[in-house]
Design a protein around this ligand. Structure first.
Ligand code: GLT
Ligand code: MN
Ligand code: MN
Length: 412
């Protein structure tokens, strides 16, 4: 094959993307509560051992590209759009006013805002630091994010506590740290209540996001389950305002089953926001696009969420790989991620309607008919033992549905 020029490379990417067999229309994509983070689209490909591979992208570019693609909601950290030194100044107000205009112009809504409490050196001892100045500054930053959220009409605010942990055992007092962390969340909730009553609007949903490690070796609130315990610990003034933003990969990173973690959050009534992506068990936060690694698990996750009426946002918290160009971020990364999600959502709907799965689950729930014996263990087991083979058949059927085999594959 002849080596293509850069211009030909773009044409090749376009042609092969189109050859993948079509895509959902922007109108259709907008029907889902799918949000695109500013930081995901603007990620330049840098990491500890990696220099950036992409040019910076401004919020207006991100918002206009999301509009073209059909991503209806936009999410951001405070410092994704306002430089740290401009926060809580008039300069911030100007930027926020411009963002509002840009969102309106492109027909997007801001659904979530979040505070960056991990990147700047001020957070080296975390936002729940021993230093009272750092803690007061952290609380002010959270309150400021809530104010930005109200200004932009966001319903959700997320807190990923980043450096809330340690590299060396014993260097911090965990109990004190948890109390201090709660103080900032309390300040944010009180600010929210005050703003909502002043503006006669509703309060926001404050969502905690866990990650088991990175950037610290040990994290104090490493999992969604730990965060559920924290919400119920008595340290929060308004636990009813605080819920979860689990991230798919963060649950895999500690070796759990994300679907089970989501189920526990649903049972607690705290699954409010969901970061969607993919990656590998017990490894790093690689933030790969949704369903590129574990499509079957993703199908199962969406079956759970569909059947239990999850109504919250699906936030595309993935990182386009370093090998993808600036052009590719908006031509390939985001549209294909959205389309894989919608396809799996639709397939989850098909699975819920599948006659074989329905009959199998109903039969399992009915249980095997016992004869009129004494109801002992052996009798119960004997009455069910052929029925329970259906577990494996259910798994087989789900794979068939994922692969589209149920639509009719010729086995010749
Ligand atoms: C950071 C983290 C993400 C969080 C973002 C929100 S920041 O990129 O790895 O999972 O959702 O603070
Ligand atoms: Mn996330
Ligand atoms: Mn992640």
């Amino acid at each position: 094959m002849r080596s293509p020029s850069v211009k030909e490379q773009r044409a090749l990417v376009d042609r092969l993307t189109a050859s993948c067999g079509g895509h959902y229309s922007p109108e259709r994509r907008r029907k889902y509560f799918i949000s695109g983070p500013q930081w995901a689209a603007a990620y330049q490909g840098q990491a500890l051992f990696h220099a950036p591979t992409r040019e910076p992208v401004s919020y207006s570019e991100v918002i206009s590209h999301y509009a073209e693609i059909g991503i209806g909601y936009w999410t951001t950290h405070d410092t994704d759009v306002v430089p740290t030194e401009d926060l809580m100044t008039e300069r911030q107000q100007k930027i926020v006013a411009d963002i509002k205009k840009t969102l309106r112009k492109h027909g997007l809504k801001c659904s979530m805002v979040t505070t960056e409490t991990f990147f700047h050196p001020v957070w080296a001892t975390s936002s729940a630091s021993e230093s009272p100045e750092v803690r007061a500054y952290a609380a002010a930053r959270l309150e400021n994010t809530v104010a930005i959220g109200h200004e932009l009409g966001a319903q959700f605010v997320v807190y990923w506590p980043g450096t809330l942990g340690y590299l060396t055992q014993g260097s911090i007092d965990e109990i004190q740290t948890l109390r201090w962390f709660a103080e900032s969340i309390n300040a944010a909730c009180l600010k929210d209540i005050a703003l909502a009553s002043e503006k006669k609007t509703s309060t926001m949903r404050h969502c905690l996001e866990a990650k088991p490690f990175e950037p610290q070796g040990e994290i104090i609130l490493p999992t969604s389950d730990a965060m559920l315990a924290f919400i119920g610990s008595g340290l929060l003034k308004h636990p009813e305002m605080v819920g979860l933003n689990p991230e798919y990969l963060h649950e895999l990173m500690w070796g759990s089953a994300p679907r089970a973690a989501l189920a526990r959050a649903l049972v607690a009534g705290k699954l409010w926001h969901f970061d969607i992506n993919d990656g590998y068990r017990l490894k790093h936060d690689v933030d790969i696009g949704v369903a590129l690694v574990n499509p079957l698990d993703w199908l199962n996750v969406l079956i759970l969420l569909r059947s239990h009426g999850y109504q919250g946002p699906f936030n595309l918290d993935f990182k386009p790989p370093r090998t993808t160009s600036n052009y590719g971020v908006f031509k390939v990364s985001f549209p294909t991620a959205v389309d894989r999600f919608i396809t799996l959502w639709e397939i989850a709907g098909e699975a819920l309607e599948d006659k074989i799965l329905k009959e199998a689950t109903e039969a399992l729930k009915a249980g095997g008919a016992t004869k009129k014996g004494n109801g002992g263990a052996k009798e119960i087991f004997d009455a069910n033992k052929e029925l329970w083979t259906l577990h494996e058949l259910v798994a087989h059927r789900l794979v068939q549905i994922l692969l589209g085999v149920h639509r009719g594959r010729k086995f010749a």
